[in-house]
Design a protein around this ligand. Sequence first.
Ligand SMILES: [Zn+2]
Ligand SMILES: [Zn+2]
Length: 183
Amino acid sequence: MRNHTITALWEEIPDDADDLVLVSGGFRIYVCLCGKQLPDRTAAELHAMETGQCSTCLGTKVEDIVPGFAQDCTACAGTGRRGTQLRWQLAHAEAETVITVELVRAVIAPLSGPFRLSEVADTVRESLGLPVGRLPVGPRVRDVLRGLEAMGELIMVSAPDKLLRGTGVVLYRDPSWEHVSAG
Ligand SMILES: [Zn+2]
Ligand SMILES: [Zn+2]
């Protein structure tokens, strides 16, 4: 079997680079050990898929967010495998159906002070009787809480854990929110 190790090499990044383009695969040169031409991110993702590798981390198991900072790939649970990525995508879709906005609202309703993402996720997991690792509970709960924040029901009260590129790309490990008081 040929070796399809795909590597992304950072290009020079201009100061005014678009942060979204930067974190989603831009400003990189993609090469595969097999020698196939990979002119852009899309080509690299396609080649990863056709060789059974995760299309997010391209089989590397880690996601490079900005130069000098990478984290375990969340799309394939750090395996680098396309099969796991597909299973995990289904699990994400299932989590969306099972963990409704109403459920999360009910869990946080009695909380008067700030609450952490991990606390809410744990309570949701317990209330549904889900074993750890069965569904992406944390990511789903985080999306719901961010949605409630966008609707003005909640306010995020924690500062980012890391500024990766000024305030344009930041990282929160376990953020806290609190209810926007009606009074
Ligand atoms: Zn290849
Ligand atoms: Zn991956």
